[in-house]
Write a protein that binds this ligand. Structure first.
Ligand code: PTJ
Length: 240
């Protein structure tokens, strides 16, 4: 039991969610290591959403709202950390959820699907993965024909660099959520939100409720004004 007045309460509670996800078979062992790396970067940005992150989040939501066929790619860590938020966001932006795992096992895919369904998700892809992303040999390259394969826009929290590059090569708009502004994913995604998923996804929900009243032209203006490279430089410069 972590006392509420512990100075690292929030951070410790996030760890608890991951550990519970690990114990129930949703998070893989490597997911715990990946979280540690994320925590280190989060510490450096003050464990808060920076101005640059919010700017990218706004462009990301505008992009998802104008997308014709948006998909949210969900892995073990994301399912453990923000299950209800992912379901709500998918409803707000009219996106399909697809479970897509780097360390894929059928058992874990089934557990994550059941977990998200318990939070209200109705349609989840990720079981029938008969299509491959060209150039990706590992398990994350296996995708659903009606999901990531067909998507024009893919939201990928905690992505790995080579798949991000491959999705961009396929002509897709890729929105990454990654606490590491220097990762290959961050550099190659169309829009990178350098923020913790536990803050980024709730921010996306709030913004989707605000931006959905805008027309396509206004949304396009937000998208066109965004420059990912410049925004990443602002993150690194700590221009908060
Ligand atoms: O569930 P699976 O099988 O798909 O596996 C998931 C992991 C995360 C193990 C897999 O995708 C992986 O190995 O990821 P990487 O290549 O270690 O990349 C994880 C990236 O996410 C790193 O750049 C971390 O800094 C970042 N990260 C970790 N935790 C968070 C995060 N970014 C945002 N929010 C977090 N909470």
């Amino acid at each position: 039991m972590i006392p509420k007045d512990h100075p690292r309460y929030l951070s410790l509670m996030i760890r608890e969610r991951l550990v519970r996800g690990y114990e129930s078979g949703i998070v893989c062992t490597q997911g715990l290591i990946a979280h540690g790396r994320g925590e280190a970067f989060d510490y450096l940005i003050g464990e808060k959403t920076t101005k640059a992150a919010m700017y990218a989040t706004r462009a990301a939501v505008a992009t998802l709202l104008v997308a014709k066929y948006p998909i949210i790619s969900v892995n073990g860590n994301t399912a453990a950390l923000v299950p209800d938020e992912i379901v709500l966001l998918s409803e707000n932006i009219n996106a399909i959820i697809e479970v897509n795992l780097f360390h894929r096992t059928e058992e874990r895919v089934n557990k994550i699907i059941a977990h998200l369904k318990a939070y209200g998700a109705t349609k989840i892809l990720g079981k029938r993965v008969y299509k491959s992303i060209p150039g990706i040999e590992h398990e994350r390259g296996k995708v659903d024909e009606e999901g990531i394969y067909r998507a024009d826009t893919v939201l990928v929290p905690l992505e790995d660099g080579d798949r991000c590059e491959a999705l961009v090569r396929m002509g897709k708009t890729v929105i990454a959520i990654d606490l590491n502004p220097l990762s290959r994913t961050s550099k190659t995604a169309t829009i990178t939100v350098v923020d913790n998923v536990v803050r980024a996804v709730p921010n996306m929900i709030k913004l989707s409720e605000e931006l959905r009243y805008m027309n396509k032209r206004e949304l396009k203006e937000i998208i066109d004004a965004f420059d990912n490279e410049l925004n990443l430089q602002n993150v690194i410069k700590h221009d908060n």
